[in-house]
Design a binder for this molecule. Structure first.
Ligand code: DCP
Ligand code: CA
Ligand code: CA
Length: 368
C-alpha cells in the first residue's frame, strides 16, 4: 500500500481520567469533576491531572495547581478526586481491545490514544470513515460506557491534529485534498516539536501559522534549525508524514537462541548459557525502556525438534533476576519431562510494554 494513499485515524479518549470517575459514579456527572495528583505535602498541594468539560468552563484544566482549581470552583458543588491510575488502566485496556478490532494495524500511544490504519477497512475511501467511526463509538459506548474523539487523515500528523478539533465525542475527517486548507491557518505550535522556544524564534521570522511555515524557504529552515529538524518542519507544515502505524507493545517479544558447547541435560551447563542470553535480552529491554510480562524457554533437542515453555507473571517486571529465576524453574520442570539431550537453548520475553507516557509527563511535571 503506497504511503500516500492511507486512511489513518487517531482516537483520543475524552477527558479520560475524569470520564473514568464518572463511569464509576454517574451521580457526579452533572458537576465539575477534577482529578488531582496530590503531592501530599499539604492538603491541596499538587496539580490537576484532568477535569471534565463542566469544570473546564471554570478555567480548571490539566496542569494547573490544585489550590487554584479550588479557588476557581469556590462556592460551586464540585468533586475533587485523587488519581487512580490502575482503574483508568483497566478501562483503557477494555476500550483498546475493542478498538483494535476495527483496525488493519493498531498502535496504542499512552493510556488514552491510539492510531488505527483503516485503509483496507474503508477500501481507501474517506467517505466510508464516518460510518466506521460511528460503529466504533457505539461499540465502546455499549460495552464500556465512554466517549472518544477521532481525527481522520492521510497520515498520523493530520489525524492527530484533526482529533483535537471536535471534542468531546467528535469526529473530524480531513481528506487529502483538504489538508492544505485545514493546516495553513493553525498556529505553528500545533506541530509536534514546535515548543515555546521554537515558536518564539519562528515568530521573529514572521512565521505564525503552519501556512507561513509551509511557504518558508526550506533551505533557510535547514540553515536555522539543522538538516533533520529543518526538513521535518518543512514536511510537517506541508502535511507530509510517512511514519507508518505500527503495532507496538504486546505483540512484540525479544528472544535469543544459542548452541550449547555440547549436547546436554545438565541444568548448570544450560543455565550458564541462558544467563548470558538473559543479560543480552535485559540490555535490549533497558535500551528500549520496556518491561515484560512473560518469560519463555526454548529447547532444541538433538533430533532438532524444538519445545518451549512459558510463564506469565502477575505484574510486569524489568529486571534480569526475574528472567533468570523463571528460566531456571522452567528448565528444571522441562528436564523432568523430557529424555532427550538439548542441543540449543533460547530465552524469550514477551507482552512488552513501555512506561506510560502520561506518567512520565506527570513525573517530569513534579520534578521540574
Ligand atoms: N494527564 C495528566 N497530566 C497532564 C495531562 C494529562 O495526568 N498534564 C492525564 C489525565 C488525562 C489523560 O492524561 O485524562 C489524557 O490526557 P489528554 O491530554 O488526552 O486529556 P483528557 O483526556 O483529560 O482531555 P481531552 O478530552 O481534552 O482529551
Ligand atoms: Ca490524549
Ligand atoms: Ca484525551
Amino acid at each position: 500500500m503506497p504511503t500516500q494513499n492511507r486512511v489513518v485515524m487517531l482516537v483520543d479518549l475524552d477527558y479520560f481520567f475524569a470520564q473514568c470517575e464518572e463511569l464509576r459514579n454517574p451521580t457526579i456527572k452533572d458537576k465539575p469533576v477534577v482529578v488531582g495528583m496530590y503531592s501530599g505535602r499539604t492538603e491541596d498541594s499538587g496539580a490537576v491531572s484532568t477535569s471534565n468539560y463542566i469544570a473546564r468552563k471554570y478555567g480548571v484544566k490539566s496542569g494547573i495547581p490544585l489550590f487554584l482549581a479550588k479557588k476557581r470552583l469556590e462556592g460551586v458543588d464540585a468533586v475533587f478526586l485523587p488519581v487512580d491510575y490502575d482503574y483508568y488502566q483497566q478501562i483503557s485496556d477494555k476500550i483498546m481491545q475493542i478498538l483494535r478490532g476495527y483496525a488493519d494495524v493498531f498502535e496504542q500511544v499512552g493510556i488514552d490514544e491510539a492510531y488505527l490504519d483503516v485503509t483496507q477497512k474503508v477500501h481507501g475511501n474517506f467517505e466510508e470513515t464516518p460510518d466506521l467511526v460511528q460503529q466504533m463509538k457505539t461499540a465502546v459506548k455499549n460495552q464500556v460506557g465512554t466517549t472518544f474523539s477521532v481525527g481522520v487523515g492521510p497520515n498520523k500528523l493530520i489525524a492527530k491534529i484533526a482529533s483535537d478539533k471536535n471534542k468531546p465525542d467528535g469526529i473530524t475527517v480531513v481528506r487529502p485534498k483538504d489538508v492544505e486548507a485545514f493546516l495553513s491557518p493553525l498556529p505553528v505550535d500545533r506541530l509536534l516539536g514546535v515548543g515555546r522556544k521554537t515558536s518564539a524564534k519562528m515568530e521573529e521570522l514572521c512565521i505564525k501559522t503552519i501556512g507561513d511555515l509551509a511557504a518558508y524557504d526550506v533551505q533557510r529552515l535547514v540553515e536555522l534549525f539543522g538538516k533533520t529538524i529543518g526538513v521535518y518542519f518543512h514536511n510537517a507544515a506541508n502535511g507530509i508524514d510517512n511514519d507508518p502505524v505500527q503495532e507496538a507493545g504486546e505483540a512484540e517479544s525479544i528472544s535469543r537462541i544459542a548452541t550449547l558447547k555440547e549436547n546436554t541435560r545438565d541444568l548448570a551447563v544450560i543455565l550458564q548459557k541462558t544467563d548470558q542470553l538473559t543479560d543480552e535480552i535485559h540490555k535490549e529491554l533497558t535500551q528500549k525502556n520496556l518491561s515484560y510480562k512473560q518469560v519463555s524457554i526454548i529447547a532444541i533437542m538433538t533430533d532438532l525438534t524444538s519445545r518451549s515453555r512459558s510463564q506469565t507473571l502477575e505484574q510486569p517486571a524489568k529486571d534480569a533476576e526475574t528472567i533468570r529465576k523463571y528460566v531456571r524453574e522452567l528448565f528444571e520442570k522441562y528436564l523432568g519431562e523430557s529424555e532427550l539431550e538439548i542441543r540449543r537453548v533460547g530465552v524469550k520475553v514477551a507482552q512488552l510494554s513501555k512506561e506510560e507516557k502520561q506518567q512520565r509527563q506527570l513525573t517530569s511535571f513534579f520534578t521540574s
